[in-house]
Unconditional design. Sequence first.
Length: 120
Amino acid sequence: MARVITLHSSVRPWYPGARPHRSAKIMQVTIGKILAMLIALSYLAAMIFEDGLDIHVAKGILGLLLPLALIWFPEQLGSFTGYVGRGCNIQTETPSILVSVMGWMILIGLPALIYLLTKS
């Protein structure tokens, strides 16, 4: 059985018209979340080894934040409903498993696809 670490989080929604959280949520640090962080750190190490510390590494770090956020906080990101701009509204919550799968697709699938397409 996998060992689970729990962290308490009391994040308040920041967007207008947001529904307040009922109570503080408990975030579980699972093996998958730790694995995602290790993969992101290996990407970061490869970028630093390849280019050194420059602006491209900073851009790479910013690019890694989206998939990590999708993997680490799928419940919170999937529960977003309301106004999203240009007259659009999200009316139903996204299942957290879909949010997490999208994060894994970006973290693992996108670099693999880029590698396969640029391989000569």
